[in-house]
Design a protein around this ligand. Structure first.
Ligand code: C2O
Ligand code: CU
Ligand code: CU
Length: 506
């Protein structure tokens, strides 16, 4: 087997895929049938505001194994944080200093990463801050950013995919003074509702099925059963006629095109890291893995509506590219508004009076990244490599021709400086690109201004095949020449197989 690495581009992809046997359509036996339970009640995750002494807030989290009944009478082995599957919604205010005691009670090395948070590198919870069985890790940091819906999840080296898939994730809501003044629906679980959307695949015995088919590594782990807050396609009985849904794509790989069954209009009010300048009215929003949007939806007609993910046909003329970028229509959750009480809340006209202070003129450094899917030798080589990918040999998942090496720092940036990054994608599929420690703004996509729903602060951006996306960010004052932050594809199987790099801020 040749050790040469060939980049998979759109052009050579079909040939390569054919040699590797990838063009055989999914066999039905590999696609576990989805079992949709009718009438599952929506579950609001418990909210944890910690123990407060002034501005000092302490949380205690324990990472444990458990059993979850996703289907009646069937126990599924899962992982969770203070519960059997997923974790509580942590909540704190800008200006608070949080201390989070994280105890690992599972028999595997793990971490908890505060996704979207600006913090010192050694508090980040990336692969360097691993926690062994029985150990407690206690990061402490000041919350400096705007009101937003952030999240936390395992970031264990080469194990993020399976650990998050089994349940190691939760939301982290940040509040601030201005969010309190906007008059938005804000009664937790009543008219302000967190929704972590995940797709999963189950084995017949009820256990979660992970990386059982070849395309799972290639396209990332996808399943045909939808969970919202750990419940299969639940029904939310709306208590109010104006709902604020904090939609979080907690899936390992899948991108959703969210819309309501009657195509009703709704307002997007926030993206990953804060409010948009003003509400943006639409009837559809795309949500890639790890992205969040907050939407306001008016259900005063008291109907039943299904939140769906619309089918996408995928880009490109080639069958493989179409397969890699397409998705079927899926039901996410039913909203039954028949009992909803009239909301006193209105949709605000403006959400933020400050513009995002990230000026391209102040950028001192420009960097280029290319997201790549390589291939070892011939087609069989690719298969062989994928079978053991992540741990040995040369990975086929790379950024700028390099795959993640925990001992290699890819570059250095300077604190308090602004940079523009151009992210390209020469692979045949879309990748959600994520940067730790910063909130960025999208300048353009292939030279065009981003969609209004992407005009706010973000920490993840979906980059399509052959697209060039420019983002601008300012590195905060934290510096540490010894401990890196990560940047990576947030398709967790791609991350685990090497589509990740490390930078230090000095
Ligand atoms: Cu949400 Cu590096 O991760
Ligand atoms: Cu992150
Ligand atoms: Cu990727």
């Amino acid at each position: 087997m040749s050790k040469s690495i060939t980049k998979i581009t759109r052009r050579n992809f079909v040939k390569a895929a054919a040699t590797a046997g990838l063009l055989i359509p999914f066999s039905p036996s590999l696609m576990a049938k989805s079992i949709v339970n009718k009438g599952n009640a929506f579950v609001v995750p418990p909210m944890d505001t910690g123990t407060r002494e002034g501005n000092q807030v302490t949380f205690n989290l324990s990472i444990n194994a458990g059993q979850t009944m996703f289907f009646n009478g069937v126990n599924t082995p899962t992982l969770g944080i203070n519960q059997n599957y997923l974790g509580p919604v942590l909540r704190a205010k800008r200006g608070d200093t949080v201390k989070i005691n994280v105890t690992n009670k599972i028999n595997e090395v793990t971490t908890l990463h505060w996704h979207g948070m600006t913090l010192p590198a050694n508090m980040d919870g990336g692969p360097h801050q691993f926690i062994k069985l029985g150990q407690t890790w206690s990061p402490q940091f000041k919350i400096r950013q705007e009101a937003s819906t952030l999240w936390y999840h395992s970031h264990a080296l080469h194990k993020t995919g399976p650990q998050v898939y089994h349940g190691l994730a939760g939301l982290f809501i940040v509040d601030d003074e201005s969010s309190d003044l906007l008059g938005l629906p804000s009664e937790y679980g009543v008219d302000d509702i967190p929704c972590t959307i995940q797709d999963r695949r189950f084995n017949r015995d009820g256990s979660l099925s992970y990386l059982t088919a070849m395309p799972d590594r290639m396209m990332g782990m996808q399943g045909s059963t939808i969970l919202v807050n750990g419940v299969v396609t639940p029904t939310l009985k709306a208590k109010s006629t104006l709902l604020r849904l904090r939609l979080h794509n907690g899936s390992n790989a899948r991108t959703y095109r969210l819309a309501f069954s009657d195509a009703r209009l709704f307002h997007i009010i926030a993206s990953d890291c804060g409010f948009l300048p003003r509400p943006f009215q639409t009837n559809e929003v795309r949500l890639a893995a790890a992205e969040r949007v907050e939407i306001l939806v008016d259900v005063s007609d008291k109907k039943q509506i299904m939140l769906k993910s619309l089918a996408t046909s995928g880009g490109g003329m080639m069958p493989m590219m179409r397969m890699m970028n397409s998705s079927p229509e899926m039901n996410i959750m039913l909203i039954d508004a028949s009992q909803a009480k009239q909301s006193p809340r209105k949709i605000p006209i403006e959400l933020r009076n400050n513009t995002l202070a990230l000026n391209p003129k102040s950028a001192v450094t420009r960097r280029k990244f290319d997201l790549q899917m390589g291939m070892m030798g011939g087609g069989m080589g690719m298969m062989g490599n994928m079978a053991g990918a992540g741990n040995s040999g040369t990975s086929m998942f790379q950024i700028n021709s390099k795959s993640m090496d925990i001992k290699r720092i890819d570059f250095q940036t300077k604190r308090n400086t602004t940079e523009i990054w151009e992210i390209g994608n020469s692979s045949p599929m879309a990748h959600p690109f994520h940067v730790h420690n910063v909130q960025f703004r999208i300048l353009d996509r292939n030279g065009k201004r981003p969609h209004p729903s992407e005009s706010g602060l973000k920490d993840v951006v979906l980059v399509q095949s052959n697209e060039k996306v420019r983002i601008i960010m300012k590195f905060p004052e934290y510096s540490d020449s010894q401990t890196p932050y990560m940047y990576h594809c947030h398709i967790l199987e791609h991350e685990d197989q090497g589509m990740m790099g490390q930078f230090v801020v000095v």
